[in-house]
Every structure is written in C-alpha cells, then in structure tokens.
Write a protein that binds this ligand. Structure first.
Ligand SMILES: Cc1cc2nc3c(=O)[nH]c(=O)nc-3n(C[C@H](O)[C@H](O)[C@H](O)COP(=O)(O)OP(=O)(O)OC[C@H]3O[C@@H](n4cnc5c(N)ncnc54)[C@H](O)[C@@H]3O)c2cc1C
Length: 499
C-alpha cells in the first residue's frame, strides 16, 4: 500500500456521503448544489485557513495607507455578476476601459495604437477562421499560425509584440504559439459575447471572495463541523464503491463519493497521490492541458506624487529586447477605483512570471522601477512606499494561476480531464470546456458535478461513468459536441461572426 497510508486505521476515518476536496469556487458551489438537492451529509476539506482558493486578497500599502488588493481573480463581467450570486452585486467594482490606454517604449511615451488596431483587425480574421475550424470540424492549430495566416506578423518589432501581448497573452497567460486557436476563441466568445464584453474590476474592501463566503454562509453555520480547514490531503484511494481520503495530519475520511477540485497545477505536480494510479487516458488529459502563471506586482507611490495620468487606466510598455517584460501597468488611483491610493500594478505572465516569481523582491523592484523611469522620465518617478507580489507558481495548493488549452488538442482529450473514476469526480476551472481559466467555469463545474452525484444518491444507484476516451482521435466528431462532453452552449453558430 502507498507510503502515505501507512499508520492509518480505517475504522477511525470520519464517514460521510460526499467528500468535497477544496473550498475554492468549485468546492463551495458543489456543496451548495448538494444542499439544494437535500444532500447535507458532506465534508469540505481545505488546505488553507479560509475558503476562496484562487480568489484571494491581501492588505497592501504603507502604514495607515493600506487597501485590499486581489492577488488572484479580479475581473467579472456584468450579467455574470448576477448569475453567480446576489451577494456579488454588492462587491465594489469599476468598469475596465481597455480604450483608456497609453503606450510607451524605452524612450518614453510612444503612440503605437495603429499597431493595436491592426492586431484587432487581424484578430477578427482569426476569430472567423476559428469558427470554420469548429463548425467544419477541421484540424485545430496554434493561435500563432492562425495569426500568421491572418497576416499578423509582429516579427521582432517590440511595439507589435506588445500589441499582441495585450491582445492575447494578457487574457490566456500563454503566448499565441502555446494556445489553441479553436478553443481559445471559444473561451473568449462564450464569456464576452454570451455574457457581456463589460469587464468589471473588483476592488471590494472585503475582498472578491466575499461572494464565495456569502454563498457558503447560506448553508454553512459559523464553525460548521462540515468545513475542515487547514487540512492537507495527501492521498486519495478510489473505487466503484467509495473513496478514502488521507490527510497529512493523520486523519482520514471514508466517503461514498468525492469531488476533487484541486487545480490542474496540483494534479500535475504529483503532490497528492492517487490509488490506484490514474489510467493512461486520465493521465494524458492531466498532462496535456497547461497550467499558466499570471503575476500581479503591486507598487504604491506617495499619493501626492503620482506621476501617471490619473484618468488613464492602462499603460502598455514595449520592451526593446524581451517580449512581455513588465508589459502592462494598471492604475488603481483613478476615478471609479481606489482614488488617492497611489497604487499601480504591473502584470507579467508565463516565462516572465516564472522569472519574477523565482527572484527576490529587491531584484524585481529594481527592474520594475527601471522600466517605469524609462517610461515616465527618471526625474518624475519617486521610490515606491510599498511593494509586494504573490508567487502563484510556487503555491503548493495551486501551482499556477489558471489553465490554458494547447493547440491541436481535442474536446475528447479535455473530456478525459473532466471524467470521473468510479466514485471520484473532478470539478474546477480546468474541467470547464467553455469557460476554462475563468471563475465562472469553476462555478458551473462545481454545481454540475453536485447535481450528478445528488442524482445518484437519490436514485440509490451507482452513478454511470462520465464518458472518457481510451483512444484519442485527431479530431472530435461534431456529434460529440454535447452535454456529455461538457459542451453546454446551445449553438456556437450564434456567436462571433456567424451570429
Ligand atoms: C492571478 C490570477 C488572476 C485571475 N484572474 C481572473 C479573472 O480576472 N477572472 C476570472 O474569472 N478568473 C480569474 N482567475 C481564475 C480564477 O481565480 C479561477 O478560475 C478560480 O478561482 C478557480 O476555482 P477552483 O474552485 O477551480 O479552484 P481553486 O480556487 O484553486 O480551489 C481549489 C481548492 O483546493 C485546495 N487544495 C489544493 N490542494 C489541496 C490539498 N492537497 N488538500 C486540501 N485542499 C487543497 C486549494 O487550497 C483551493 O482552495 C485568476 C486566477 C489567478 C491566480
């Protein structure tokens, strides 16, 4: 038997009907879904001391000038806001205006909005081609080749690269060469065309996860014994009749069913062992999808010495050497946001994130300050009074920020990531076919799995297995674009250019 199980005595395991592993968005909506279906015998097991997962915030700023800032998820679109939960509507948000943008290079202000416009025109062709790929069931390709076919060729032009980063990497946390054209476009369109292209930036002093806590409070009492915080799962044994969960503190849980909501990063890093080992179709699903990293580096300047235009939201920087080197600064000290805060933050993704997250604060601060002084003039930029950033790629309960769909990867492969193994089910942002990466992806997946399990419990029958593919094919037949494969949109023909 696996090492991690040595010393456990099965008779002392806590017994429950459903073990929910993780108290992030998917875990909490799963518990809500069970409750709504009269299944109240569940245990939620969470690594951290609080619920919320990757919707996480902290207090940032100099003494007496501190504010709540979001380390993880930050944006939510308007109708989504109401869809998710009513408590969300009371979160303070500001509308992000992506036209409120100034562009820079190493010599200061430099207007390259013509390149951004050019990218947007070619992106429309990319979208249209993605529609053909999907509806004609053609072979997928990378967004890089899709963009090249649409005549977008940034080459080594730093301003063109920055325009492209702003239009692609900023959303997916991966460059175009590592992203699927077909599903990347699906992902964007199902969110921003289906819901709304209004993207609201949350800056609520309670933190964005107030909505998850608000949701949890509708069915969990204060200190509810069903919520096991600070409990680290190390091994999960599963079969067609039940699941046993072993924790680092020596405790264990015997459950009829379990829902694993751990991030793709956690699954890929082998920090939790599964018994029996995953079959190859499952392992392939896990290893094929990608866990991205997106890092927000926060700076606070003396509020009376703010050196940027306070009516502008975004400041895009084109580095002459490295693509994606401190590319986007975002002001929180502006109308509708944290006015008077002096806070500005810069976002990096992918390889730049890994570099920033593995170096110390002082090194990163010196690099960011050098960029800001190139952009705004050394004489105008004072030293920051506060500096901080999270290290998502190193968090043992996340190992990254959110998932991405690689080029040439079929819906069948994604279904393998979603599908259950006996009584062990999976939910989270990465298992969402349309909304992977997004908070609402996790939200819907948690709910859907809960409904499925509640149904099995009520009918007193074994859950039938979710579909999986032992043999992967080059493409996915159109007939498989259905609910059984996680494809819930009524018709993709109504989106984008086919609308
Ligand atoms: C920097 C960043 C920016 C983002 N921006 C946005 C955005 O603007 N808009 C948007 O919609 N989405 C955004 N996201 C994505 C969004 O945060 C996620 O999609 C969503 O929060 C994922 O929820 P989940 O329930 O799937 O996973 P999680 O929130 O990761 O929940 C899983 C839970 O499992 C727990 N866990 C892990 N391992 C163990 C273990 N061994 N034992 C016990 N518990 C464990 C974790 O602690 C966690 O609480 C962003 C994410 C990051 C990190």
């Amino acid at each position: 038997s696996p090492f991690s199980k040595r010393g456990y005595n099965a008779t002392t395991c806590k017994k429950t009907s459903v073990a929910i592993l993780g108290a992030g968005t998917a875990g909490i909506t799963a518990a809500q879904g069970l409750t709504n279906n009269s299944v109240t015998d569940f245990l939620i097991v969470e690594y951290n001391g609080d619920i919320g997962g990757r919707v996480a915030h902290t207090t940032f700023g100099a003494p007496n000038q501190s504010y709540t800032v979001e380390l993880g998820a930050n944006w939510v679109s308007d109708p989504q806001l109401n869809n998710l939960d009513r408590t969300l509507s009371f979160c303070a948000t500001g509308a992000s205006n992506y036209s409120s943008l100034e562009t820079f290079n190493q010599d200061g202000a430099n207007d390259f909005t013509d390149l951004i416009n050019e990218f947007e025109t070619d992106y429309s062709t990319l979208e249209q081609d993605a529609g053909y790929i999907l509806t004609e069931n053609l072979q997928d390709r990378s967004t890089r080749s899709g963009l090249s076919l649409a005549r977008w060729k940034p080459g080594k032009n730093p301003e063109a690269q920055a325009s492209e980063w702003w239009g692609w990497d900023f959303e997916y946390a991966y460059p175009p060469e590592l992203s699927s054209q077909e599903f990347g476009i699906v992902n964007y369109n199902t969110t921003f065309y289906q819901y709304s292209d209004a993207n609201n930036y949350v800056f609520d002093s309670r933190g964005f996860n107030a909505f998850i806590k608000g949701t949890a409070a509708t069915f969990l009492k204060p200190n509810d014994p069903r919520l096991l915080l600070n409990t680290i799962v190390t091994n999960i044994s599963y079969s067609d009749t039940g699941v046993t969960v072993y924790n680092q503190d020596g405790s264990c849980i015997d459950a009829d069913y379990a829902i694993c909501t751990f991030s793709l990063g956690v699954l890929q890093n082998d920090v939790v062992t599964f018994d029996p080992e995953f079959p190859s179709w499952k392992q392939m699903g896990i290893e094929t999808f990608q866990m991205g990293t997106y890092t927000k580096v926060f700076l606070q300047f003396p509020p009376d010495q703010v050196f940027w235009n306070k009516s502008t939201q975004f400041f895009l920087y084109a580095d002459p050497v490295e693509r994606g080197y401190y590319p986007i600064f975002q002001s929180l000290d502006g109308p509708g946001f944290l006015e008077g805060s002096g806070i500005n933050f810069v976002t990096v993704v992918d390889q730049q994130s890994y570099r920033v997250e593995s170096q110390d604060d002082e090194t990163t601060k010196a690099q960011v300050m050098a960029v800001l002084r190139d952009m705004f003039g050394a004489e105008n930029v004072p030293d920051p009074i506060a500096f901080m950033y999270p290290r998502w790629s190193l968090e043992p309960w996340a190992f990254g920020s959110y998932s991405n769909w690689p080029p040439g990867t079929t819906l069948e492969m994604h279904q393998n990531l979603r599908a259950n193994l006996g009584r062990l089910f999976f939910a989270g942002e990465a298992t969402s076919t349309e909304y992977y990466g997004f908070l609402h992806g996790a939200f819907f997946e948690g709910q859907a799995v809960a409904e499925e399990i509640a149904d099995c419990i009520k009918k007193r029958t074994n859950c039938s297995s979710e579909i999986n593919y032992q043999e992967l094919h080059g493409t996915t037949p159109l007939s498989e674009y259905d609910a059984a494969n996680g494809w819930d949109v009524s018709s993709f023909l109504t989106y984008g250019f086919y609308g």
